[in-house]
Design a protein around this ligand. Sequence first.
Ligand SMILES: Nc1ncnc2c1ncn2[C@@H]1O[C@H](COP(=O)(O)OP(=O)(O)O)[C@@H](O)[C@H]1O
Ligand SMILES: [Mg+2]
Length: 254
Amino acid sequence: MTVLETKQLTKIYGGKNESNITHALNGINIKVESGEFIGIMGPSGSGKTTLLNILGGIDKPSSGNIKIMDKNIEALSKDELATFRRKNLGFIFQDFNLMDSLTLKENVMLPMVLDKIKPPIMEEKAKEIMEFFEIYDIRDKYPYNVSGGQMQRTAASRALVNNPAVVLADEPTGNLDSKSSNNVMSCFCKMNEQRNSTIIMVTHDTFAASFCKRIIFIKDGSINIEIVRKGDRQKFFNEILDCQAVIGGGMTNI
Ligand SMILES: Nc1ncnc2c1ncn2[C@@H]1O[C@H](COP(=O)(O)OP(=O)(O)O)[C@@H](O)[C@H]1O
Ligand SMILES: [Mg+2]
């Protein structure tokens, strides 16, 4: 089943004067099937964040369209979009975006509070997902009293608690040391394999990317190369490095 599809997405930033214009995206076509785990890579400034923000309805494209679960999201009103995002999308950010004044469990329950879910059901769902990520025993701690990896697993729990159609992650390991990165990426694999979550992750971290099943490399706002993982993770890691070397070397579209 196709969960997300974009057609000829473009994004132009800037003013009336041609010299101030940035073509951040130049006709991106992506099709994502249920259960995929996709990495988006590319040099700094290539349009990764712009793309992810448009996929998540945080930003609007200049032209083209995005279908998520058969809905054209660029056509939704602001209110419709807010509801659609809460029900269908999960977000994980580099800096976790947890609320410091709430416990880990309260952070996980927050999307359900906004959806007015009954408290016993909220408790049950939070317990289930926090046990899955092995953070239920620290549920009453506050974000500043736990490690970066535990914070990111809390953010992942919050993103998954509504069973979203797609999880969007922007540099989820960007603020983590290598041990925590490994731990968080193992959790991403677990959610992809055991809960069949569809994940789209922007990263410049080759190690994190090696956990994905498919990588889309973008350069200058266009899809440059795409690779699919066939063998083990170490082999994929080396393939990703090769692609990065090619793109970094200034090759034009393939
Ligand atoms: N709000 C904005 N206004 C103007 N230009 C922007 C804005 N956001 C991003 N850009 C430009 O669009 C291009 C792509 O940026 P971005 O998507 O952030 O790249 P990446 O995440 O790959 O580093 C860059 O040239 C950047 O300077
Ligand atoms: Mg970025």
